[in-house]
Design a protein around this ligand. Structure first.
Ligand SMILES: Cc1cc2nc3c(=O)[nH]c(=O)nc-3n(C[C@H](O)[C@H](O)[C@H](O)COP(=O)(O)O)c2cc1C
Length: 386
């Protein structure tokens, strides 16, 4: 277990998971993930969320060590996704007197996930309600659709700690000691990215609180320089580009489109472009590609035509961008085809409903391999992009 110091009466009891292959069955997590859970030891004892089924044993050992024979009075449920909620039934059976604190949207979901009747021990909380534990007072704020409908966050008033549910979370186990941003942006864009407006609403509520520490459900506890993290969330949730830069994302069957994409990168750099990042959609981490599309202000899509359509990994990428509300960016197209190149028109069509996209011309059309005249068009496109 990673040792995480919170405060004298608030203990970290979560666990790292370094063996999961794919988070949510789709995200590569080479450095694992942590399932965070916390214990508040006061006159009344509160458990702040449970953990994934994969971490039950370690979580219980951590809890038992801190409880020293005492029993929790409350389980606070901020979110019903199984990576945090999987152990609700087990904990409720282990501590039959423990009350379960959650909002009105949470309890019906609890019945869906578990065969558990909590009617005689449920505490239904609503916006702004408080729960006194002794020295500590918990105050609840609803955060619907960040990123499930029942999500709520909890503010502990005496130590000024925000238990932020999945907000401010990251991939990566705690002992990986990565910089927060290395995994937090990928986590936010891919998991919460669709819900910019709900995140903005939560940030507005948070701005009215004096927050000294943020305890998320994944990744490091944030103790210093909180303005930095909040500013990143402001940028991401407003869909503004975080950095001036260009993502070149390519989908190539036999390598010719890849060569053209690399040539485009070289041209852009020669012309003075900063932050040019190139990604192979067949092989690179798709979630990283999505992250970079949102991070940078501009994107060049380069794709081979495939059976009259778009090469599948590009189609997959564009579907991800659409699902996450990709907007407010500048986009250019390069296509390849040996008899009827159509990828540019089809890619453009897939993005046509996205808000505030600026499409930059000319389209670069490659017929099988790059020729000097193709490079000329690429030079023109680079000038238009910069
Ligand atoms: C299975 C398959 C289907 C293809 N379908 C089309 C097509 O519908 N229209 C077209 O112009 N080219 C088509 N092509 C040709 C490629 O788009 C073309 O050779 C292109 O240069 C491939 O670029 P790459 O070297 O980056 O893979 C197809 C190629 C393959 C392998």
């Amino acid at each position: 277990m990673s040792h995480v110091e919170i405060t004298e009466q608030i203990k970290y009891i979560g666990a790292d998971d370094k063996t999961l292959d794919l988070f949510e069955s789709q995200y590569l997590i080479p450095n694992g993930v942590s399932y965070n859970s916390y214990l508040i030891l006061d006159e009344k004892i509160a458990v702040m969320d449970t953990v994934d089924m994969r971490a039950t044993g370690e979580w219980l050992r951590n809890m038992d060590r801190e409880l020293q024979g005492k029993e929790p009075d409350y389980l606070i449920v901020s979110h019903m996704e199984p990576d945090h909620a999987a152990n609700i039934e087990m904990l409720a059976r282990r501590y039959p007197k423990m009350q379960i604190v959650a909002n009105a949207k949470t309890f019906p979901m609890m019945e869906q996930f578990f065969n558990l009747d909590v009617s005689d021990r449920k505490v239904v909380v609503a916006e702004g309600d408080t729960l006194n534990l002794g020295k500590h007072t918990l105050q609840f704020f609803m955060a619907p659709m960040v990123h499930w409908p029942e999500v709520m966050v909890t503010y502990e008033q005496s130590e000024k700690i925000l238990f932020s549910a999945d907000g401010f979370g990251t991939f990566g186990s705690l002992d990986a000691n990565e910089e927060w941003i290395a995994e937090a942006r990928k986590y936010y864009i891919n998991i919460v990215g669709k819900y910019g407006n709900p995140v903005q609403a939560l940030l507005k509520k948070a701005s009215g609180l004096d927050i000294q520490m943020i305890c998320p459900l994944h990744g490091p506890v944030l103790k210093e320089n909180l303005g930095y993290y909040i500013e990143k969330y402001q940028i991401w949730s407003s869909y503004e580009p975080e950095d001036e830069g260009i993502l070149i994302a390519y989908a190539s069957i036999h390598g010719n489109t890849k060569q053209a994409a690399e040539k485009m990168r070289d041209i852009l750099i020669e012309k003075g472009a900063k932050n040019v990042v190139i990604m192979d959609l067949s092989r690179d981490d798709m979630a990283r590609a999505v992250e970079n599309a949102f991070r940078y202000s501009k994107m060049v899509l380069a794709c081979a035509t495939y059976d009259g359509g778009i090469f599948p990994c590009m189609e997959d990428f564009l579907n991800h961008l659409k699902a996450k509300n990709y907007q407010k960016r500048t986009v250019a197209f390069m296509e390849n085809g040996s008899w009827a190149p159509a990828a540019a028109k089809l890619m453009k069509g897939m993005l046509e409903k996205q808000k505030d996209l600026t499409i930059v011309e000319p389209v670069v059309t490659i017929r099988s391999t790059m020729k000097p005249e193709t490079v000329g068009v690429m030079e023109e496109l680079a000038d238009a992009l910069l």
